[in-house]
Design a protein. Sequence first.
Length: 282
Amino acid sequence: MFLFRLISYLPLAVLYLFTDLLYLLGYHILKYRQKVILTNLKNAFPEKSEKEIKQIAKKFFRNLTDSFAETIKAYSMTKEEFHRRVKIIHPEIVNEQIGKGEVLIGMTGHFFNWEWHLLNVMANINNQVDVVYTKVSNPFFEKLMMKIRTRFEGQMVEKDSFQRDFLRKRNQPRMIVLAADQRPGNRDIRYWRIFMGRETAFFEGGEKLAKRFNHPVLYAHVSKPKRGHYIFRYEMMCTPPYTDQSEHSITDHFIELLEDNIRRQPEIYLWSHNRWKWKKGD
């Protein structure tokens, strides 16, 4: 743990030199998850040529390896540096809702760099933030990630204990952050629809929570203007009352925004994850 913290004090430019080497090794020599990445991209963008698909794959892999350096750097980055490197547009949406005593559901996808986004929210917007997450299987890295993620007082809530935690804090104003594009396990699958060209399973926890307790829902659009800098633009996606909305309406709206976000800058989405592992009927 001490070694990672020590490494984190290196300038980001130096850490990027290591990830440049990691990119060359991982993509061109070891070809790490290259088949999964290319298959996902080809299915998502059938209109693109082989050359265009490979260009996106290379840019994605650079972003993937850069995210390792950025996550380690997050161990020691100051609030001021997060604020300089991570720009949030319309942060007042969060503060206004929490100021009114509301619980706000924040939904986004697995874009780079979600770790920096969460830490910047906790550090510079409001510390009343709960992030629902899945435990890392390796105990050492689980402990390391918790050290990094909880630096600025935000609360990490493991998904299996979320329901109990939510009921305990039922009336506590805060933002609950969900990576709503996470692949559900077989027992959790409730809703299938077309996403990036393929039938895809989705959690509907965010929708059920919002509609049952009349919570507003926010979407965070993501873009990366240059290396080491990110922009997250907040948009109020849905607001109560939800009495006249059809089933899956919030999830469908989230998927539409997510697809548009991906198409605008596909290289910042997590294509190495086997999102389409499960098929309907499996």
